[in-house]
Design a protein around this ligand. Sequence first.
Ligand SMILES: [Zn+2]
Length: 510
Amino acid sequence: MKRVFSALICHETHGFNKLPTTLEKFQDMDYVEGDTIKECAVGDNGWTGVYKVAREQNWELVHPISTSTMPSGPSTRETFEHLWGVAEESLRKDGPFDGIIWQMHGGMMCEHLDDPEGEIIKRTRAIVGNDIPIAIALDIHGNISPDMVKLSDIICGFHTTPHVDVADTCFRAARLLQRTMSGEIKPVTYSVHPPVLVGIDHGRTTREDCPIPTMLRRFKKLQADDPDLLDISFFSGFPFCDTSATRASAMLVVNGTDPRFDGVIQEFGDEIWNTRDQVTIDFVTMDESIDQALAPSDKKGPFLIGDYTDTPHGGSYGDVISMLKKLIERDVKNAAFGPVWDSVAVSKALKEGPGANIDIALGGHCDPTHGGGPLQTKALVKAVSEKGIFEHKGPFSHGLPGELGPSAWIEVQGVDVIIIDRPDAIYDREQFRIFGINPEDKDVLVIKAYNHFRADFEPIGRGLLYTDSGGIFSFDFKRFDYKKVRRPIWPLDQFEREEGVTDYARTSKS
Ligand SMILES: [Zn+2]
């Protein structure tokens, strides 16, 4: 019987978000300490994948911590050291182990560490030594560091965005770990990191001709003739982490070492470089999005505008109101906008109640250099909610309870605005309906979201465009003051790529 250590510490960090992420944010969102993997292994999550193999192979599984939270700013030192401390204690007292499996993101940053995932693997190695196999399961939006590659034996990333193969990714990693522990294979990781800040269509796999599905099909063909090709993953990179590891990459897990593997990984590295400007979403200016929304159309339903650069699901603040200012300036009728994070405005609305006219300085508080400052305005309170409780009725998280928290519907110079007292996104029509707004009846909906809202809103929309309102999830990367990203890198610099550069490659232990 194999004894396996498994743990999950996950955070996608927006390095340009100035608000630190604290332990409470993890504890409020998703924090399970102790060996509860059996109960948590339900649905598409990493526990399910690990637990499936554990049960199949009769592992003695030790799983001391599982925690993640919404994308946000860098974690504090205290937060990281607490989370690591729980894992460390178990690594020291519950061993010896035959194998280790870590679930992480790959795009985490802390105030004292640029590469927390690499640090976790380094510290794990220091405890268990060099002979115990370590497997890592990662998000497709990770930045892969030298320590992660050199100190682990198996790295598997998601193959899909939207991420619908979380359990399967951990299953792949756990299966390879089992084969390693049983002596069947001797895995080695080969990686390539082309100078692309974010690539492979930002990890999207919504169309068969996206780079990732195309490369996966090619890998499957190669694998059919070469069983030593064990697994492949592609990472888009997370461009809002300003670190030396930030960039796209491909990761090959093979059995043993051989020069032919260098050729395979290099081929995929070239593909990441060659498809660097291939994206399947159109981005337009704020005025262009409104022009389209106001254009005559035979179709019914609201025109949808994704205010994606300020989506908290990408680590933004959720308080940029430049699109609201634009809706007012362009005199757009029957429009709704939100949600805007403004705790002061929410508490005023809750205190004064429906029917009150309140004076507010709405939004733009967190970082006026990205998206502008507040809008000083009068607002009519239309409806309030102490908890903002709703039930997901759309396909995303269908049937699960949701909570926007203290929130309100206010009317600002003719535009309906949802305000909330913590950063969150809108992705279900119920989040409008709880206030009495019927989203189908609006002409224009401007929503702070990027991907998930499409599932419930696209069926009622007569069109969808994404616009850059100046928030920190912008793909106009020249707006950010990068200091640590290795240069040159596309699209920040103009340069010719040096062929045959395969950095961080190899990691066999003997
Ligand atoms: Zn992701």
